[in-house]
Design a protein around this ligand. Sequence first.
Ligand code: COA
Length: 202
Amino acid sequence: MAALRLASVTGGTLRPHLADVARLRIAVFREWPYLYDGDAASEERYLARYAAAPGAAVVLALDGDRVVGASTCLPLVEEGEAVKTPFVTAGWTLGRVFYFGESVLLPAYRGRGVGVGFFTEREAHARRFPGIDTAAFCAVVRDPADPRRPADHVPLDAFWRNRGYAPAPELACAMRWKEIGAAEETPHRLAFWLKRLAPGPA
Ligand SMILES: CC(C)(COP(=O)(O)OP(=O)(O)OC[C@H]1O[C@@H](n2cnc3c(N)ncnc32)[C@H](O)[C@@H]1OP(=O)(O)O)[C@@H](O)C(=O)NCCC(=O)NCCS
């Protein structure tokens, strides 16, 4: 089995890699629980924030030269209102929080530690920023009785808890995307998970 390697790309140099992130997001988020019917135009809108954010990083998973996975992060202050607002409402100082956007890995490469590496790399990047003491990400909330849920689906909750993250019930947001089979974008509820970042290495 070929060795996989991770490479972190930061700030102004990550723009050329956003096409890979878009390709992977469209492929991976097509599956449950996201059911995202992605297209280049909505990806460009979404990823523009990373291109513009000086504090952003993309961690790439590479099989040789082929990008097979990607994971993103940026300071919460550089995120959009939909993500920032729940923190403001809950009384957070935005400058304390680093936001982790997504992790997407092609199915053939899962279970080999890349997802763990994505968290380690992003947390290391976040710790370089003065004042940051918390990492946050959000995940879509689905009705457990949703008939579209595959019978063999394993939720990532245990994986996230094992990385030190816990749900923050007071924080939730809505993001719009077009689901497979839908005529147009609809709002989807996402719940936040947080981890306190101690100074120093993960
Ligand atoms: C989230 C995602 C990137 C995780 O990727 P992954 O590479 O399969 O995850 P890992 O292999 O690092 O970890 C999975 C488990 O396997 C273990 N593992 C298996 N083989 C391993 C190896 N060779 N080395 C290290 N850990 C290994 C890990 O320890 C972990 O178990 P734990 O939580 O009990 O510690 C992947 O499942 C994915 O793309 N999912 C779809 C998209 C998604 O839902 N993303 C999250 C929301 S944005």
